[in-house]
Write a protein that binds this ligand. Structure first.
Ligand SMILES: [Zn+2]
Length: 425
């Protein structure tokens, strides 16, 4: 084919393409990487205007190639060029998404200005999703009024901020349509209050400045709250009267942790590897677990089963730390030799008041123990003196235990039978 013919063919194809309705062209743009979608803009004036109104801004460093410095420079100039062309214009419908993915080690102050312009553009254009997934040594610094307008945006449904410095210690997130909030590796926030009525998921992780005594995380909504690895956290108040599920990942050094969440009965705790100081670990663990005394369903994940077997010297005689717990799940990466299930059951019985079910996932092997209680007047009288004085719901010690055991081998079953025979005496 001659060059002229190719040009005629291309022009004809372009014309056919640009005659498609705008929403179809935007749909097609959605399916190509953003930095390729930009190339539509140079094909014709019509396509340029389509690109300017494309309701997505997506800057992903991983789509760029080259050596470190070149790659960084190309990425930066791509953002700058886009900002220069697009940000002076308003788009005629809400911006669906603004996303920046920048997993680099270096962030110069230039980026602060660019991010500021991008955020203001997004807010002016009623952005629905804002995702800043930044992974750098330093933090993004924005003016406090930019953050304030972000935290009160009327249209936002998803907000994900990583590596930002909050200039206001008490951050209040008001966005009325917000469904998902993720705040990760951010600095400066000592208290976080979320008052968005429609929020379903809140995740706060690696926020080291949640450090001071009585750090407060307030969620006035029905949601699932995750608190992950905020390593300096010592004491905390989680005020979330309508909370549905609480997830905590990190050290058991956080206590007291006041969990004001009457409606929430399910919590999961993921513990790190046990610290070298044996006494400190178990002392912390005991106090930390007692903060979950009003949860009915509790999942505890640990590295090794023995990290969870609190020595008897730390436990007061017959005092149940987990008063309301009915179903305890324990997940562990290891399945130690010896008597893991029997020892775990024996120690959990010291922690839990009147359990209905234990489920264990030890090195991928699932086993369950279900409990039924039968009144046994003689037994009740015998233990009455020692526990549950003044408590209306008596603990497991006052009943004859009927146990249904599944998923353990013969040897372990024999040991468990012995244990329950002893409990039933
Ligand atoms: Zn009792």
């Amino acid at each position: 084919m001659m060059m002229e013919e190719i040009m005629v063919e291309n022009t004809r194809n372009n014309t056919e393409f640009e005659n498609l309705p705008q929403h179809l062209i935007h749909h097609i743009m959605n399916y190509v990487p953003y930095n390729d979608a930009v190339k539509f803009s140079v094909l014709s004036k019509t396509l340029l205007s389509m690109w300017l109104s494309f309701p997505v801004l997506d800057f992903d460093y991983t789509f760029f190639s080259g050596q470190h410095k070149d790659r960084h420079r190309t990425f930066l100039s791509f953002i700058l060029e886009t900002v220069h062309h697009r940000c002076p214009h308003r788009i005629n419908k809400p911006l669906q998404r603004l996303r920046v993915n920048y997993p680099n080690h270096y962030l110069n102050s230039y980026f602060n200005t660019i991010f500021e312009v991008l955020l203001n553009f997004a807010i002016k254009n009623h952005a629905q999703e804002i995702i800043f997934d930044i992974c750098t040594i330093n933090w993004v610094n924005l003016r406090s009024d930019s953050l304030l307008s972000l935290f009160s945006s009327e249209f936002l449904t998803v907000l994900n901020l990583r590596r930002f410095r909050f200039l206001v210690a008490d951050s209040i997130i008001l966005c009325p349509k917000l469904k998902e909030l993720v705040i990760s590796s951010c600095k400066g926030a000592q208290t976080i209050t979320v008052s968005s009525p429609s929020v379903e998921k809140v995740e706060i992780s690696f926020c080291r400045d949640l450090v001071y005594n009585n750090s407060k995380c307030s969620v006035d909504i029905s949601a699932c709250l995750s608190l992950k690895k905020c390593s300096n956290l010592k004491e905390a108040i989680i005020e979330a009267p309508k909370l549905l599920k609480l997830k905590y990942q990190g050290s058991p050094q956080v206590h007291p942790m006041q969990i004001l969440a009457n409606k929430c009965s399910t919590a999961s705790i993921k513990l790190p590897e046990r610290e070298i100081d044996y006494d400190l670990w178990f002392d912390n663990l005991k106090q930390f677990l007692s903060c979950f005394d009003h949860f009915k369903n509790l999942t505890i994940s640990c590295f090794k089963v023995k990290d969870l077997i609190i020595p008897v010297k730390f436990l007061k005689n017959n005092e149940s730390l987990l008063r309301d717990a009915k179903h305890i799940k324990v997940k562990s990466l290891d399945f130690p030799q010896g008597q893991p299930v029997r020892r775990l059951v024996e120690r959990l019985f010291r922690l839990v008041h009147k359990p209905l079910k234990f489920t264990f996932f030890l090195e991928g092997v699932r086993s369950t123990l279900k409990f039924e209680y039968e009144n046994k007047a003689k037994k009740r009288k015998r233990v009455e003196r020692r526990c549950c004085l003044g408590i209306s719901t008596k603990c497991w010690r006052h009943y004859a235990l009927k146990v249904n055991i599944q998923g353990v081998n013969e040897k372990e079953r024999g040991r468990l039978d012995k244990l329950f025979f002893h409990y039933n005496l």
